[in-house]
Design a protein around this ligand. Structure first.
Ligand code: PMT
Length: 217
């Protein structure tokens, strides 16, 4: 049995993609499988934490002992996360949230007529940033999915979203990012400290992240 070094800590994790409806049959989403967030949830619960997992639509089974809250859109996720924010000692935002949604959701299937169709997109709320602005005692951890200038963009997100640290991954790299069972990450802390990790399983990376969280509790 794992050491109970997070005993009774309240850990709120988000995982998976959001889906943003266009009409009754179509939506906007991304490649997130949820594996990274579910792996962190599994490790946290094995270390004695109480875990709430706010999950977008995934194919994954909920890890035993984890309380899952299912959501679809970014706005659903926003509501669910804010609902549990006071409860949380730690928030880890692994979810790949759609930055934009369709301005209108058509009640009926949009029919084709062979001319161009323009979809107007409007920005979704930034969930993590909104938490950063109201945080009190919580340790706040973000993820950064990038394909270029990984460290630079990740650092900007730490400041903008008031994070304690961020886990950056290059989603264009083999063995990292979406869908697979492994990831390659760099942790950047608000102090400026940067630690790059070798490729490892998402479960191992979850353990590394939670070790880092412990130092902030
Ligand atoms: O699910 P898997 O298939 O295992 O893949 C894992 C992963 C690639 C999804 C994961 O490792 C990862 O990188 N997650 C972050 C994806 C993302 O949306 O990154 P971002 O750089 O666009 O966002 C930065 C941070 O802000 C993230 O913590 C995100 O949850 C948060 N955010 C973003 C937009 C928004 N509107 N609200 C948010 O809270």
């Amino acid at each position: 049995e794992a050491e109970q070094d997070l005993k009774d800590k309240h850990v709120l994790i988000t995982a998976g993609p959001t889906i943003e409806a266009i009409d009754p049959m179509r939506y906007i989403t991304n490649h997130s499988s949820g594996k990274m967030g579910y792996a962190i949830a599994k490790d946290a619960v094995s270390r004695g934490a109480k875990v709430i997992l706010v999950s977008g639509v995934t194919q994954l089974e909920c890890p035993e002992g984890v309380e899952r809250v299912n959501v679809k859109s970014a706005r659903d996720m926003y509501e669910a996360v804010h609902q549990h924010f006071e409860w949380a000692d730690v928030v880890i935002k692994t979810a790949a949230v759609a930055d934009y949604r369709s301005k209108a959701i058509s009640e009926h299937k949009i029919k084709k007529d062979n001319s161009h169709l323009t979809l107007e997109l409007v920005p979704n709320p930034d969930i993590l940033q909104s938490l950063g602005e109201k945080k009190t005692h919580q340790v706040l951890v973000g993820f950064a999915a990038e394909t270029q200038n990984v460290l630079e963009y990740a650092k900007e997100k730490i400041t903008k979203k008031h994070l304690d640290f961020i886990v950056a991954n290059n989603i264009a790299e083999d063995g990292a990012g979406f869908k697979g069972d492994t990831n390659i990450a760099t942790i950047i802390e608000s102090s400026g400290a940067v630690t790059a990790y070798e490729q490892m399983s998402k479960l191992q990376l979850g353990h590394v992240i939670l070790d880092k969280v412990k130092a902030y509790l």
